[in-house]
Unconditional design. Sequence first.
Length: 251
Amino acid sequence: MATALQTKDLCKTYIVNKRQNNVLKNVDLTVEEGEMVAVMGPSGSGKSTLLYAVSGMDRITAGSVSFFGRELAGMRPRELADTRLEEMGFIFQQMYMLKNLTVLDNIILPACQSKEQRAPRREIVARGEGLMRKLGIVETADSDISEVSGGQLQRACICRSLINRPKMIFADEPTGALNRAASDGVMEKLEEINREGTTLLLVTHDVKVASRCGRVVYLVDGNIKGEYTFEESLPRARERALSNWLIEMGW
Ligand SMILES: Nc1ncnc2c1ncn2[C@@H]1O[C@H](COP(=O)(O)OP(=O)(O)OP(=O)(O)O)[C@@H](O)[C@H]1O
């Protein structure tokens, strides 16, 4: 297995109104291929900033981010955009679906933009429908995005994140807008995708969501304060163990 992601002394500073905000401070994080890792931490600790920095969505201030052995900072803008389109998948709490397209058209959009896939539209449509079937939402293919539930829409976002067969998925609060049942359904699918080989890094506030991952990284004030690797196998035991550990971390 390769190392999917590695940061060394990663720093991110925002300057707002001439005031410097050092959000990430020398973060060293390694995610191996095939892992499913949750990032937790207090509000404002820098979780989303970390996710954006390691996925090339935001420029870093100092340090390095290596994605499957390639330095993101060393890439030209076009190469970075192609890497994000072809090799990374993104899932956000806000979903960012285009309102004037159907659910299926939203899902296949990244494949239509892909240079690597270069598949005829009917093949792309078949792949999109196949993913929708797998995620249990194929009946919503031709619906307008305002006509489906939040849980269905988030599953559609997962389909979209998978359409170009990414090596790694980055998810920012993927279940944040969902009720417990819909959240469990989304997490089951993300676990399944992970079992099939896709590496996942996800930010969450939810102990139940994080307890479905293999490892939890705890961020405080822009630094990794600790990490927890699960040894328990039963869901309840995992949740309890993680809750106890989070309390020790000061959560
Ligand atoms: N685009 C931006 N410009 C300026 N400051 C920003 C920007 N994005 C985030 N910040 C600041 O960075 C800090 C960390 O924000 P971030 O969203 O990464 O935290 P978080 O841990 O994800 O928080 P939450 O759990 O509340 O979502 C905050 O002080 C925030 O104000």
